[in-house]
Design a protein around this ligand. Structure first.
Ligand code: NAD
Ligand code: UDP
Length: 323
């Protein structure tokens, strides 16, 4: 059945891939974005399609639309971007979620909300299951994002309990792939951009901190499976790749796969509140969605490097000076 589907943050890295999938499935897709951390080039190829439209709008302002499903992805996601204007980040998370949940309530739409592994903060439990309540510093530089996302989860569950809104909450762990913004300052895009330019690869801290990297195609399979799951499956559900790597290992693999002569350097101390370890426990996603990632880091990284080689960096504008 053809559905009318709203994707907020639809011009971003994950959102544009989601729009691709939904358009290909024949749905009537509305992409809403204020283009803060993305560029229209991510969705340029969709603009002429009959079942796709773009609305430049800020989710902190209400909007009246008639839709069957909402994917709420709008929010700056890279640390440098969300820390650039932390008050706006909190507004985007909280007011954005409120506006989208209000819309879902009014029109009876099902709503998917993109939360994050950052709700676990600097975790003391490893790997992180959904039942872990986290270790977030509420007044630190990452709090605008972490606490904003935690409050948005609270809103999802209160709209669900109080108003019967059908919700799907996903906690996304570090995801990478084509269409990451080359100047978003995240570790994968930074390292690939630096490796291709022959510049030093900048490790923060000792490079012993770990992350688990999921390729975007795998993540999108999980998004669609969760949205299609029975209404009892509200989440929160972790989606991510349990393969865990140190940042130094990622740097070495990036240099190797891109055939670069770049040096790996310790460029600055570990940023405040930067989590020391992160790895998803995906038992719940396996059991309820039959989902698990298939693409190993080495393969996904090679595909992402190929993408970065194919783009003209001069066509990209850094969204904030923090990259
Ligand atoms: P992204 O920055 O590429 O996409 C976010 C999109 O939201 C951008 O297009 C941006 O312009 C838009 N946006 C920001 N503020 C907005 C506002 N006020 N109104 C309307 N649009 C706004 O980042 P992404 O990686 O695609 O992240 C998408 C979502 O997934 C975010 O909610 C993020 O928190 C979540 N997430 C991503 C990851 C990851 O590793 N990629 C991990 C955890 C959570
Ligand atoms: N990082 C790094 N060099 C960079 C960018 C990031 O060493 O050029 C580190 C960062 O300190 C963190 C990890 O890589 O420990 C992942 O950072 P990212 O910004 O991608 O996302 P996070 O998982 O911290 O939100």
């Amino acid at each position: 059945m053809v559905k009318r589907i709203l994707v907020t943050g639809g011009a971003g890295f994950l959102g544009s891939h989601l729009c691709d999938r939904l358009v290909a499935m024949g749905h009537d897709v509305i992409c809403l974005d204020n283009l803060f951390t993305s560029q229209k080039s991510n969705i340029e190829h969709l603009l002429g399609r009959k079942n796709f439209e773009f609305i430049r709008h800020d989710v902190t302002e209400p909007i009246m639309l008639e839709v069957d499903e909402i994917y709420n992805l709008a929010c700056p996601a890279a640390p440098g971007h969300y820390q650039y204007n932390p008050i706006k980040t909190m507004k985007t998370s909280v007011l954005g979620a409120m506006n989208m949940l209000g819309l879902a309530k009014r029109v009876g739409a099902k709503i998917f909300h993109a939360s994050t592994s950052e709700v676990y903060g600097d975790p003391e439990v490893h790997p992180q299951p959904e039942s872990y309540r986290g270790n977030v510093n509420p007044i630190g530089p990452r709090a605008c994002y972490d606490e904003g996302k935690r409050a948005a989860e609270t809103l999802c569950f209160d709209y669900h309990r109080q108003n019967g809104v059908r919700i799907r909450v996903v906690r996304i762990f570090n995801t990478y792939g084509p269409r990451m913004h080359p100047y978003d300052g995240r570790v994968v895009s930074n390292f690939i951009r630096q490796a291709l330019a022959g510049e030093p690869i900048t490790i923060y801290g000792e490079g012993t901190q770990t992350r688990s990297f999921c390729f975007v195609d795998d993540l999108l399979d999980g998004f669609l499976a969760l949205m299609d799951a029975p209404d009892a499956v509200t989440g929160p559900v972790n989606l991510g790749n349990p393969g865990e790597f140190t940042i130094r290992e990622l740097a070495e693999m990036t240099v190797e796969l891109s055939g670069s002569a770049s040096q790996i350097v310790k460029s600055r101390p570990l940023p405040a509140d930067d989590p020391l370890q992160r790895k998803p426990d995906i038992t719940l996603a396996r059991a309820t969605l039959g989902w698990e990632p298939k693409i190993p880091l080495r393969e996904g990284l090679a595909r992402t490097i190929a993408y970065f080689k194919s783009i003209d960096m001069r066509q990209f504008r850094a969204p904030t000076p923090n990259f």
